[in-house]
Design a protein around this ligand. Structure first.
Ligand code: AMP
Length: 386
């Protein structure tokens, strides 16, 4: 994979796949600009060398239909502010006017195309669509780690049309380097914290991590299937029945491999799935009927803290409770704090795809697949370009 440092960009139109899939409020204002901020270095590198940066992204899930709601025009103001230069909105990639607007751009300019997912061909990885995008640029840069695990037109197919001229932006390069470090050179103890709602979506990463880590902390909604498999009463907590045998197998494997596996030892429960539900803190693991586990309890926080504190490498993916509800966010925030403290004390920590610590993450799904050893289409396409 070639980094953008190797590109000759002077006077060139540089098509950059970014991940500006940012959250918007009801007034269509960007509420978290992290993903834009993380592209500053790449964009400045291009404009600083006299290139023209033509940014392209998706936003939300418009499912192939153009709509005002999912228009990237809402991002233009924030992008201009963050990138410190006016960003020209180009309109739809297939529009003939767009070509004219691109032709009018000057070295050092920054422009943004309309949401690529207004065309189903984007997610379909369509070759004609990729070719149509490619007519607007002389070079291709991928800086969208968050979508690198998808073989879409703008992340993978497009590289065919830029032979020898495909580069990784700084963000993508940095993300891949950090993950490589964890994959190949992790310092020990290596502690992984896996939370979130379902075992099924994280099974591969858990299986993979059992080969690498010293400590595996499993929390969040998925932990209740494990606890149930161990004979603990889980009341109305999340349960994936079909994953019970898998959960047992993971526990056995951890023992065989000498991995210390930890689950919540107390729970903050609710009588319904609601921020304002009545709360009940269990003294131990068992959750009575009529209650569901929503967050880890104080004893669990203490236990997890003592493990995280001594780690030299930390990988975290998935919240340990329903952090979207302020009354059940404490566990996740406490874990974030522990990870920060360990990091300040010298641990290397990597957190993926997490809104609860959005300053660190850009790609949750991509991070998991990369760590499982899968070759991400967006990265493979860059690797294959010699
Ligand atoms: P994931 O995308 O798999 O990382 O899952 C994230 C989701 O898991 C978040 O929306 C959380 O609200 C949810 N979650 C975490 N803990 C629990 C829990 N104890 N019960 C239900 N959902 C949970």
């Amino acid at each position: 994979m070639k980094s953008i440092n190797e590109a000759q960009m002077k006077g060139k139109r540089v098509l950059v796949r970014v991940d500006y899939n940012v959250p918007l409020n009801e007034q269509f204002e960007v509420t978290d600009a992290t993903r834009i901020i993380r592209t500053i270095d790449t964009v400045k590198k291009i404009t600083g060398e006299g290139g023209i940066a033509i940014l392209m992204s998706h936003l939300g899930r418009p499912k192939g239909v153009a709509s005002d709601k999912f228009s990237l025009k809402h991002i233009v103001g924030k992008a201009s502010e963050v990138l410190g230069t006016p960003v020209t909105f180009l309109g739809d990639v297939l529009d003939t006017e767009t070509e004219k607007r691109v032709a009018a751009l000057k070295p050092g300019d920054v422009a943004l195309l309309e949401n690529l997912r207004f065309h189903n061909e984007e997610e379909g990885g369509d070759e004609n669509f990729a070719k149509a995008i490619s007519r607007l640029g002389d070079l291709y840069v991928n800086d969208a780690f968050g979508t690198a695990h998808r073989a879409h037109a703008s992340t993978a197919t497009i590289t065919k049309f830029f032979p020898g001229k495909c580069y990784a932006g700084y963000l993508l390069y940095e993300e891949a380097s950090n993950l490589d470090l964890v994959l190949n050179n992790a310092a020990h103890p290596f502690t992984a914290i896996i939370g979130g709602s379902k075992i099924s979506t994280k099974l591969n990463i858990i299986t993979f991590l059992l080969e690498k880590v010293d400590n595996l902390i499993i929390a969040g909604g998925m932990s209740y299937t494990f606890l149930h498999a161990m004979g603990v009463k889980i009341g109305n907590s999340l349960l994936e029945e079909d994953m019970i045998p898998v959960a047992k197998e993971i526990i056995n494997k951890a023992h065989l491999k000498g991995v210390d596996i930890y689950f919540p030892i107390d729970n903050i429960c609710a009588d319904k799935f609601d921020n304002n539900a009545n709360q009940y803190i269990t003294t131990h693991n068992d959750i009575p009927e009529g209650w569901e586990g929503m967050d880890i309890g104080p004893r669990t926080i203490q236990k997890f803290a003592s493990i995280i504190k001594t780690a030299k490498t930390i990988l975290w993916n998935g919240p340990v409770g329903v952090y979207e509800f302020p009354n059940f966010e404490n566990g996740t925030h406490s874990v974030a704090l522990c990870v920060s403290v360990a990091t300040i004390s010298g641990a290397f920590s990597l957190i993926g795809g997490a809104d609860y610590v959005s300053y660190i993450s850009t790609g949750g799904g991509a991070m998991l697949e990369y760590l499982e050893g899968k070759e991400l289409p967006g990265i493979k396409a860059l690797n294959e370009d010699k």
